[in-house]
Design a protein around this ligand. Structure first.
Ligand SMILES: [Zn+2]
Length: 343
């Protein structure tokens, strides 16, 4: 690999469905804490999603990932009124753009036992049909113990981990996960976990999202778990997330090095090893973490996935980026209309 190149970057926790949320109408009530952000923003948005908006949000999110040198996405999806088939829509949308994806449906009991069963069934269907993914759980505080046990069992059956939000807010009763986790679980956030929580799996750190939600700093380096890096749905510009992660870690502990934070890409590459063979050429050389930590604005000039050029000369090669943006903007208008009608 040349000095101006890196492997394909991996976003270890994304919500592609959030791609159309930008510009959404203001909620009926302004949220004042993390739970209200979920209630007023995300839990209203996810109920308004349908097959069309899932498809265009995924295409737009995948396109934006590629444009920033991210070739693999670990997605966590929820659309309570359009569950069946949702993961295949996302996988197909990403394939059309050329981006690798690991998909999971975030099972929850927020919509009763039928909702939880439908979510579990969607994970099972997708994985049984050969889809690449994990079994998703929203978070233990919105799940019944039986649902958590069922997800753990299903994941073990398919030989994959469970992708779950953990202790993002103080209200999250993460203790319910104890005894279920294994090394292949994907534990997202961990902000309010004690250092000796005993959960197994990779801890996925999303520094920009945590700051945006005004939750505390997760201090991921205190955990024995491997640490991965995600955006939690705020795009997939992983070089940018790396810089944010670095400066936030540095604010907490000035001895943190760029190499320490660059190592947080490793779990994503371990989960999606083909991304290591993807080649991203950048506008900067050499692509050394110590330089990149202090170099905003570095951009890809060419992206090759699986030996094929998917981005070059400022645009994608598989899809017409302008057309994807135009169709996604139309879908966003539909979504906004539905949201305006959502209490
Ligand atoms: Zn998330």
């Amino acid at each position: 690999m040349a000095e101006n190149q890196t492997p394909g970057l991996v976003c270890a926790h994304h919500h592609l469905y959030s791609a159309l949320a930008r510009g959404m109408p203001a909620p009926p009530k302004t949220p004042t804490n993390f739970i209200e952000i979920l209630q007023q923003i995300w839990w209203r948005l996810d109920t308004a999603l349908d097959a069309n908006t899932i498809e265009w949000s995924a295409k737009l999110g995948a396109l934006e990932a590629l444009e920033r040198g991210c070739t693999a996405i670990v997605d966590h999806h929820e659309s309570p009124n359009a569950i069946e088939g949702a993961l295949s829509i996302i996988a197909d949308a990403c394939a059309e753009v050329g981006v690798r994806v690991n998909a999971s449906y975030g099972v929850t009991d927020r919509h009763g036992p039928e909702g939880a069963a439908a979510g579990l069934a969607e994970n099972d269907r997708f994985l049984s049909e050969g889809g690449r993914g994990m079994v998703g759980l929203h978070a233990s505080f919105t799940c019944e113990p039986d649902t958590i046990a069922a997800a753990a069992e299903m994941a073990a059956k398919h030989g994959v981990g469970v992708h779950v939000h953990v202790a993002e807010g103080q209200e999250d009763s993460w203790q319910m996960l104890s005894g279920h986790t294994t090394d292949d679980w994907w534990l997202v956030h961990g902000v309010y976990l004690p250092d000796d929580h005993g959960l197994l799996g990779t801890m996925i750190h999303n520094p920009r999202s945590n700051m945006n939600n005004s939750v505390d700093y997760a201090r991921p380096q205190r955990f024995a778990n491997p640490i991965g890096l995600g955006t939690d749905g705020i795009g997939a510009d992983m070089l940018d997330e790396f810089r944010v992660a670095f400066v936030r870690a540095r604010e907490y502990n000035v001895e943190t090095t760029p190499d320490d934070v660059w190592a947080w890409f490793e779990p994503g590459w371990a989960l999606m090893p083909e991304a290591r063979t993807d080649i991203v050429s950048w506008s900067y050389s050499p692509m050394d973490p110590w330089r990149l930590a202090y170099s905003p604005g570095v951009s890809p000039t060419k992206v090759e996935i699986d030996g094929k050029v998917v981005f070059e000369n400022g645009t994608t090669t598989y899809v017409d980026a302008a057309e994807v943006r135009a169709k996604a903007a139309e879908a966003a208008q539909e979504l906004f209309k539905k949201l305006e009608a959502t209490p």
